[in-house]
Design a protein around this ligand. Structure first.
Ligand SMILES: C[S@@+](CC[C@H](N)C(=O)[O-])C[C@H]1O[C@@H](n2cnc3c(N)ncnc32)[C@H](O)[C@@H]1O
Length: 389
């Protein structure tokens, strides 16, 4: 590991303000964008649970930022990473298959040195500083200040030109996305932008070498709907599932809690396809609910009053070929943990439930049993259901 990577790790440890010994001892360096539902803080717990089992190959079925895949690869597991989102596939290729080299460092230096130029991204997502106000003359707010969107316009096409192969292409795109995330004008999603430019949006875009830090190369990357991916992962000893559960915030229109819509901009940067745009935030038109919605984000109930998404959760457990399943669930979802437990119990031999209190940084294990410990539906609690089929 080079010096800048080590510094990066030290910074991550400082930023996480880790006081708890358990968390500190299970800390694994990873990278990612701001992401609703990222399991960054849960990583030490996920790793310690998996470590207690005799598993070699782990399937990360809804990998998102790939933080979990990265951590597992760092610990030496064979990882199969899957997500529906194209940018997640790009991240997985970078961290699970990419290589750091002198040439890569040179290419990143070259991309940083390119002078900015006005193009499609600046036209739709770049804005003037405007005495701190991000609202532009057309009444719309923007993601990046022009000095950064112009850099994006200059760098994005060059990545296609200078990449030696698909994997290097993914490494450079990941580097660009990470850098853009650090200077954006949002609260961490792209369905609304801030009215006043965020302090970080004034900084200059700077690409860095991604923190590629795995033990070996025996990893696979898939970019499929979970039910298609499950047919290809027969050899996984454990499947980690972190599906979207929707939001239980009734005030939020359901279309606003969809991952495809939340992170439309990263898809556009990966594809660089100048898509048709819509709405006040210039979202991709093909990121609407009808075309890009996930069955796990389905917020409606069936005639018996059960959430439709639960049917798919049941199918997920049933179709999963791995002997172990580790399922994440947070209290922020629409489905209750009781509903999830009922589904799992039908299909498993053994079940252990862990609850993690983020604020207190503690994990409580709940025995291999079908008994359910009564717990209040508290906020800031994450659950991990360890299922043995
Ligand atoms: C809660 S996030 C996962 C976060 C991830 N564990 C992390 O730490 O970043 C849920 C993910 O599921 C993906 N997804 C939604 N529906 C899917 C489907 N049918 N098949 C595969 N992935 C899906 C979304 O793109 C999103 O990245």
């Amino acid at each position: 590991m080079n010096l800048s990577h080590q510094k990066n790790i030290d910074k991550q440890v400082r930023n996480l303000k880790i006081k708890n010994d358990f968390v500190r001892s299970h800390f694994v360096p990873t990278e990612g964008i701001k992401y609703s539902g990222s399991k960054l803080k849960l990583l030490p717990y996920i790793l310690s649970i998996i470590k207690s089992l005799q598993v070699k190959t782990v399937f990360d079925g809804f990998s998102g930022t790939t933080r979990v895949s990265q951590a597992l690869a760092h610990c030496g597991y064979n990882v199969i990473s899957n997500d529906l989102a194209i940018w997640s596939k790009i991240f997985a290729e970078c961290y699970l298959k990419g290589q750091v080299s002198k040439q890569l460092e040179e290419k990143i230096r070259y991309l940083n040195s390119l002078p900015g130029k006005t193009g499609w991204f600046t036209e739709h997502y770049g804005g003037k500083a405007n005495k701190g106000l991000a609202i532009q003359s057309d009444g719309k707010k923007r993601i990046w200040q022009v000095h950064n969107s112009k850099k994006l316009d200059a760098i994005r096409p060059k990545i296609d030109k200078i990449s030696e192969n698909n994997i290097e292409h993914s490494v450079l795109l990941t580097s660009l996305i990470l850098a853009l995330d650090k200077v954006d004008n949002t609260l961490g999603h792209y369905v609304s932008y801030l009215k006043f430019w965020s302090p970080r949006s004034f900084n200059k875009l700077k690409l860095t070498v991604p923190l590629i830090n795995r033990k070996h190369n025996r990893h696979r990357v898939l970019n499929k709907d979970i039910f298609d991916a499950l047919k290809l992962v027969k050899k996984a000893d454990l499947s980690y599932f972190d599906p979207p559960y929707g939001s239980n915030n009734e005030k939020m229109p359901p279309s606003r809690v969809r991952y495809a819509s939340y992170y439309h901009i990263w898809k556009t940067i990966c594809l660089n396809d100048q898509p048709e745009l819509t709405g006040a935030t210039n979202r991709r038109k093909d990121c609407n609910d009808r075309e890009a919605g996930s069955v796990f984000e389905e917020f409606r109930k069936n005639k018996t009053g059960q959430f439709i998404s639960l049917r798919y959760l049941d199918k997920l457990i049933k179709d999963c070929p791995s002997p172990y399943i580790l399922l994440s669930y947070s209290n922020g979802g629409r489905v209750t943990k009781k509903e999830i437990r009922n589904i799992i119990e039908k299909r498993c031999k053994k079940l252990k439930i862990f609850s993690i209190d983020y604020k207190k940084n503690v994990m409580a294990g709940m025995r291999w049993t079908r008994d359910w410990i009564k717990e209040k539906e508290e906020k800031n609690i994450e659950f991990l259901f360890l299922v043995e089929k």
